[in-house]
Design a protein around this ligand. Structure first.
Ligand code: KIV
Ligand code: ZN
Length: 384
């Protein structure tokens, strides 16, 4: 079985400070995530706001292929809202959560562990009245008592949870410890084989990807992650880093994701553009320097044999395939065709407006590349 990629760019990613996406922008990202062939799109947190509800609803209606998930706390109101937003999805998932760590239970929830256990079970049972596909997360799992965690997971699986998620909510774990926790859960939850084991790591110490990989080595089957690693505080596990670690080190990991890796570069640019979160130049995989060689020695080595200094080929993630090209003499038909090849379907009005932008740009620039066309389209989307 492949490692499932659960993308939370539109939920945890959108919780990045300063990021707020319109429904149209969310839909555009979700369509691109479907092209990337992620297994699950967490489209939002429907009770959080009207915009979030509408975003999840629209994605549920229009995006086919991946499972579409909506987040809900372990309450009936949250679950009702998620169930309602997801009602038209081809493959809906309700993702319900409650915190299990002593500090969260005492100060945030003001609930005893017994009450938390009961709320978790009730939430899963209630979510099952909307869909068979129910994911349960034990928020702040890493700082929870291990045996209590196992007790909660056993109970929610018995109640019908089909995925159990183990978050390192505050990014506190180190790889050895986190891998150990996954193994402990696997060994101590008797009905664990009835659910998919998922992990959700935050990057406060820069260890989210390493912790997720350690989890895979110890039996995790689903990785929750976000494009460009965006998310609360220092962000979430970066989707592109997990995907390329599995792909590049196929000699080490016995499992791969189902992602269409060629769509990674494009997805990364789209998310960066629409969220306004720039990618640092030295960011692994998708930073602009990730495949650049500055020193003469390196350049010389790469010219003689690419693998002297490159462990990955840029074309794997869809770079350098974007060299198409249109110029100022290109007509509307060629323009539309190129956009369609890039996956944009335009109505007449959108086509007219985008074509005008293209002509303006073509007057200033000799060759219009795929990147330019994407930039034009992203501007169009954010203007609506
Ligand atoms: O970080 C976290 O614990 C979460 C949960 C809601 C899964 O985002
Ligand atoms: Zn999170």
């Amino acid at each position: 079985m492949a490692i499932k990629i659960f993308d939370t760019t539109l939920r945890d990613g959108e919780q990045s400070p300063g990021v707020s996406l319109s429904v149209k922008e969310k839909l555009e990202i979700a369509k691109q995530l479907a092209k990337l062939e992620v297994d699950v799109i967490e489209a939002g947190f429907p009770i959080a706001s009207e915009g979030d509800f509408k975003g999840v609803q629209k994605i549920a209606q229009e995006v086919k292929g991946p499972v579409i998930a909506g987040l809900a706390r372990a309450t009936k109101q949250d679950i009702d809202r998620a169930g309602e937003a997801l009602k038209d999805a081809e493959r809906p998932r309700i993702h319900t959560f409650i915190a299990t760590s002593p500090v969260h239970m005492k100060y945030k929830l003001q609930k005893s562990s017994q009450e938390v256990l009961e709320s978790a079970v009730e939430a899963v049972k209630y979510a099952k009245t909307y869909t068979d596909d129910v994911e349960f997360s034990a928020e702040d799992a890493f700082r929870s008592d291990k045996d209590f965690l196992c007790e909660v997971f056993e109970a929610v699986i018995a109640a019908g949870a089909t995925t159990i998620n183990i978050p390192d909510t505050v990014g506190y774990a180190t790889p050895l410890e986190f891998g150990g926790l996954i193994k402990y859960i696997k060994d101590n939850v008797p009905n664990i084989n009835q659910a998919v084991i998922s992990v959700h790591c935050h990057n406060d110490l820069g260890l989210a990807v390493a912790n997720s990989l350690a989890a895979i080595e110890n039996g995790a089957e689903q990785i929750e992650c976000a494009v460009n690693g965006i998310g609360e505080r220092a962000g979430n596990t970066a989707l592109e880093e997990i995907a390329l670690a599995l792909n590049t080190r196929y000699d080490y990991f016995d499992k791969q994701s189902n992602l269409n890796l060629k769509e990674i570069a494009r997805t990364s640019r789209l998310v960066s553009h629409l969220t306004g979160m720039e990618i640092q130049p030295n960011k692994a995989i998708v930073g602009k320097n990730a495949f650049a060689h500055e020193s003469g020695i390196h350049q010389d080595g790469v010219i003689k044999e690419r693998t002297t200094y490159e462990i990955m080929d840029a074309t794997t993630i869809g770079l350098e395939e974007n060299k198409i090209v249109l110029g100022k003499h290109s007509g509307r038909h060629a323009f539309r065709q190129k956009l369609e090849e890039l996956g944009y379907e335009l109505g007449q009005e959108e086509l007219n407006s985008a074509f005008k932008r293209f002509k303006d740009l073509a007057d200033k620039k000799k060759e219009i590349t795929g990147f330019d066309l994407e930039a034009i389209m992203e501007d169009e989307i954010s203007q609506v």
